[in-house]
Design a protein around this ligand. Structure first.
Ligand SMILES: *Cc1c(COP(=O)(O)O)cnc(C)c1O
Length: 234
C-alpha cells in the first residue's frame, strides 16, 4: 500500500531542495497533486494531509469524483478539453490549464459570460515538438496570448507544458527553457486581463529540473499516489 503521508512529505522535501539549490524560495512553487485514476477516498486523504491543489484530466471522471471531494481544495483541469465539454469544465474547475487555441478560449469565454464567471486559465504550449502532445506551437504562443487577453471572462495567468518524456533529463530541460523564455517575453507585452505569473511545468519524472528552470507550479501524480492502475477506471 502506498504511504501517502510519506510520499507527500518526500515530494515537498524534494521541491524545497531543488528550489534551494538554485537560490529560490520553496514558497514560490505550488504543488498540484494530479489525481486522475485515483479514487475519491485517497484524494480526500491527501487533502487531509495538506494537499491544497488537485488536477484532473478527464471531464467524465471529474464529474463523477469532484462532487465527492472536500471543498477546501483548488481544482485544476490539466487534460485536453473538447469544446463540447467546456460547459462542465467551467462548473467543475477553478482553473483550466490546457487552453491551446482561440476557438477553445472563445467557447470558455462565451460560457463564462453567460454564467457571470471569470475563469483563470493557462495557455498550454507544445514545447517538445512531438505530434502526440497537445498545446499550441511555441512561435504562436504570444499571438494567442494577446488574442485571449481580449476575452473579458478569461484571465490568462501563465503557461503550462508537458515536456518531452526521456530518461535523459538533459533532453527534457530545453522544453522548460523554452517555456520560461516565452514567460519572460510575455512580461513585456501590454496586456489587459492577463497577469502572467504561473509557469506550470514539471511532473514526477522531471519536476526538479523544471524548478531549476523557473517552474512555479509542479503537477505530480505518480510520486504521490504510486503508479496508476488504468484498468480500474473503465
Ligand atoms: C498525469 C499528468 C501529470 C502527472 O504525471 P506524473 O508523471 O504521474 O507525475 C501532470 N500533468 C499532466 C497534464 C498529466 O496528465
Amino acid at each position: 500500500m502506498v504511504d501517502l503521508k510519506k510520499n507527500i512529505t518526500e515530494v515537498k522535501n524534494r521541491i524545497a531542495r531543488a528550489a534551494e539549490r538554485c537560490g529560490r524560495s520553496p514558497q514560490e512553487i505550488t504543488l498540484v497533486a494530479v489525481t486522475k485514476t485515483i479514487p475519491v477516498e485517497r484524494i480526500n486523504e491527501a487533502i487531509q494531509l495538506g494537499i491544497q491543489h488537485i488536477g484532473e484530466n478527464r471531464i467524465q471522471e471529474a464529474r463523477e469524483k469532484l462532487p465527492k471531494i472536500q471543498d477546501n481544495v483548488t481544482r485544476h483541469f490539466v487534460g485536453h478539453l473538447q469544446r463540447n465539454k467546456v460547459k462542465y469544465a467551467i462548473k467543475l474547475f477553478d482553473m483550466i490549464q490546457s487552453v491551446d487555441s482561440l476557438a477553445l478560449a472563445e467557447e470558455i469565454n462565451q460560457r463564462c459570460v453567460n454564467s457571470g464567471k471569470k475563469m483563470p486559465v493557462l495557455i498550454e504550449v507544445n514545447t517538445s515538438g512531438e505530434s502526440s502532445k497537445y498545446g499550441c506551437e511555441p512561435q504562436e504562443t504570444l499571438t494567442l496570448l494577446q488574442a485571449i487577453d481580449r476575452l473579458p471572462a478569461l484571465s490568462v495567468q501563465g503557461f503550462m507544458t508537458v515536456a518531452l518524456y526521456s530518461e535523459d533529463l538533459e533532453r527534457v530541460r530545453p522544453c522548460f527553457k523554452l517555456l520560461k523564455s516565452l514567460f519572460d517575453e510575455a512580461q513585456n507585452l501590454p496586456l489587459k486581463n492577463a497577469d502572467i505569473k504561473i509557469l506550470s511545468m514539471g511532473m514526477s519524472s522531471d519536476f526538479e529540473i523544471a524548478i531549476e528552470e523557473g517552474s512555479t507550479m509542479v503537477r505530480i501524480g505518480t510520486a504521490i499516489f504510486g503508479p496508476r492502475e488504468y484498468a480500474e477506471i473503465k
